[in-house]
Design a protein around this ligand. Structure first.
Ligand code: UD1
Ligand code: CA
Length: 422
């Protein structure tokens, strides 16, 4: 199956200088969600219509795929509507019998099972075109599914709908399956004779219906799944939807969230069983957290971080691109960036790895069972061997290598005479 993603629109209602499909939900742009769903469906080479901010959209998609995806970009220079966007792709679909899945770039919430079911129903029905529809308690803003005697025959946009049509609660999600030939034949006949003066893809339905073709609308998408992102309000609502999904995903795998509504977990995070996440944490994509850890309240765990089992990352702690061993305690007010911390180490309150020298980032190596005193600043690159200790307020200059069991203190930090306890 071939897929065509429509991602050229200006996104006028966002009032933004950035193309709409690059606006993010939990760190991932809308276009990223769409490509991810398509990939889950086995479509790795979708055709993507780009136009507004084309270069930016293109470079995001190319960078994000890491070679897994091979999108084909199609330029729509002027955005004259969804029908016009599909028209731009005509020459990329020379086959007549292919099925084409059309997907708006601003529809990130569809679940894989729903789309699979949609594809299955469409195939079983033998329809020449099917729309994935949804029953909405508040259908305002969407195109309405018009039926006569139950038979789907047209889609009416909100702006062009009569008062009676506006009451219809079955709406168009914007996701369709078309047989290629009827689609491109019908596209030749659409006209911008509507309030927006755009070429509407949705108008192909009535054209195909008048030709007596078999059409279906399957109301399989939940209210949530059928939401599109058109405005900043939609974006905020979308963040809530995705956040809830992510938290539920981890709850089902044995993670406790003390305050699910006040916790943000980006997609693609791994958290071990019996870990407890306290309120107001933000956990970025790609982070891995072990079992039986305690995270937060108010912790920010950033990309590239891996935390071992039974670690405690406490209040007002930020960890970025770091490997934290098991049973490490970082209980209050600390920053660890580009750090490697060995098992059982204790990082005191206010400790900071100064990992950035204004130009480059450097690594801080901390061994096992180390005690980093409160308010220690480790100016990276620094290496602290196992069981070493730094006194409260120490400033450890760059390039320092603290030896195994050594105790350092002061500004700049210097070894203390070894006391009997070692
Ligand atoms: C569209 C549907 C509507 C449906 C709704 C679901 C049409 C005419 N209407 O309305 O029935 O209920 O989606 O969310 O199709 N785009 C282009 N080029 C263009 C115009 C749009 O690529 O010239 C892209 C946009 O980037 C966007 C998608 O097509 O990703 C949909 O366009 P949008 O303007 O958001 O359509 P809606 O008004 O939401
Ligand atoms: Ca839309």
């Amino acid at each position: 199956m071939q897929a065509l993603v429509l991602a050229a629109g200006k996104g006028t209602r966002m009032r933004s200088d950035f193309p709409k499909v690059l606006h993010g939900i939990l760190g991932r742009p809308l276009a990223g969600y769409v490509l991810e769903i398509l990939e889950e469906l086995g479509i790795t080479s979708p055709k993507v219509v780009i136009g507004s901010g084309a270069a930016q959209v293109r470079s995001f998609i190319e960078a994000g795929g890491k070679g897994r995806r091979n999108p084909v970009f199609i330029l729509q220079r002027e955005q004259k509507g969804t029908g016009h966007a599909v028209e731009m792709a005509r020459k990329y679909f020379p086959g007549t019998q292919e099925e084409i899945l059309i997907w708006p770039g601003d529809m990130p919430f569809l679940k894989r099972q729903t789309v699979r079911e949609f594809i299955k129903r469409h195939k079983e029905s033998g329809a020449e075109a099917s729309a994935l529809s949804s029953l909405q308690t508040d259908p305002a803003g969407y195109g309405r599914i018009l039926r006569a005697g139950g038979r789907f025959y047209a889609i009416r946009e909100e702006l062009d709908a009569s008062a009676a049509e506006k009451k219809i609660q079955e709406v168009n999600s914007g996701i369709y399956l078309f047989k290629t030939k009827p689609l491109f034949d019908a596209l030749k006949k659409i006209r911008p004779a509507n309030r927006k003066k755009e070429f509407y893809l949705t108008d192909t339905i009535e054209i195909l219906s008048k030709e007596g073709r078999r059409l279906e609308a399957f109301a399989l998408a939940s209210e949530e799944e059928a939401r599109g992102i058109n405005s900043r309000q939609d974006l905020a609502a979308g963040i809530q939807i995705m956040k809830k999904r992510e938290v539920e995903y981890h709850e089902e795998r044995g993670v406790t969230f003390v305050a699910p509504d006040q916790t943000f977990v980006e997609p693609d995070v791994k958290i071990g069983r019996d870990t407890v996440i306290y309120p107001w944490c933000y956990i970025e994509a790609g982070v891995k957290i072990g079992k039986r850890c305690k995270i937060g309240p108010f912790a920010k765990i950033r990309r590239g971080t891996k935390i071992g089992d039974e670690a405690v990352i406490g209040s007002f702690v930020e960890v970025s691109r770091s490997r934290i061993g098991s049973k490490v305690l970082v209980k209050h007010l600390a920053y660890l960036g580009d750090a490697v911390v060995g098992e059982g180490t204790n990082i005191g309150a206010g400790a900071v790895t100064a990992n950035f020298d204004g130009k480059n980032k450097h690594v801080t190596q901390i061994g096992k069972k180390v005690l980093i005193g409160s308010n220690t600043v480790l100016i990276a690159p620094v290496a602290v061997a196992d069981r070493a200790r730094t006194g409260a307020g120490s400033v450890v200059p760059r390039g320092t290598k603290i030896k195994k069991g050594q105790v350092v203190a002061g500004v700049p930090a210097r070894p203390l005479a070894k006391n009997k306890k070692g």
